[in-house]
Design a protein around this ligand. Sequence first.
Ligand code: SF4
Ligand code: MG
Length: 313
Amino acid sequence: NHLKKYFPVKSGLLNRTVGQVKAVDDISISIAPGETFGLVGESGSGKSTVGRTIVRLTDKTDGEIKFKGIDLYSLPEYELRKLRPKMQLIFQDPYSSLNPRIRVGDAIGEAVLNHGLAKPNEVRELVLEVLASCGLSSYHIDRFPHEFSGGQRQRIGIARALVLNPDLIIADEPVSALDVSIQAQIINLFRKLQHTRGLTYLFISHDLSVVEHLCSKIGVMYLGSMVETASRDELFKNPLHPYTKALLSAVPIPIPKLKRERIVLRGDIPSPANPPSGCKFHTRCPFAVEVCKHQVPEFRNVGSEHFVACHLV
Ligand code: SF4
Ligand code: MG
């Protein structure tokens, strides 16, 4: 609720604070149990920061984060530690978080022992079981991370999160580094695991065609702000924000009759340290009018839980 994360901008020999980056600037989302919420935007939109503040990898600046009704930021450290296994983060490149000298089975088992979730003699069986549910086997358990392909490494990353028996998985660009054919396999794995384990996902991606296949709800972020949220079906059928339309017009669709109007964005995303006034999107919006430069559009419900922030809607 009203989540904000500001980073100080430092400069000079004395490292003085000269400004701030509003990486996440007052966004609110809710994710129901068993649901998949897709958070979409270009790099620099703040979507990863949302994920990191939820699991407290980085602390929020303001707002409230609740998990199963519990305010995560009011919990004492030891209570938070008990909850941590229930919220797991999966990264784009699990390789960077795997110690190259530690065998995969040990890396996965270590987390279980650290959290006291099993006895040492039970760990191997638990690891084998979770590897199997991720499409890997005992063949993989004693190997080192460098012996695996990108897709297999992501399966290991997923297995390492799953072994803690989480309820919520925050997946930050988990398929972005993979070939398209492998992407589909990993997305199918996410879907299968959701059914068999009743998982809830926050799925972060810059690619709408990836979230389309997995998410029931989608939020689109631009420069730290949410510009549109809706159910997946509503968003794809009736996108209202010009930025969403532009992202969607870049997604290839198989039915020519449904051809969408192609919207090409001018330029790159502006620096979050110095965002445009009024509607932050006005410097790239093909429909911008005078008021857009001065007035911040309100994030409004335009019906059936479809929210959008644009003066023209
Ligand atoms: Fe474009 Fe104006 Fe709408 Fe912003 S408020 S998206 S600049 S039309
Ligand atoms: Mg990111």
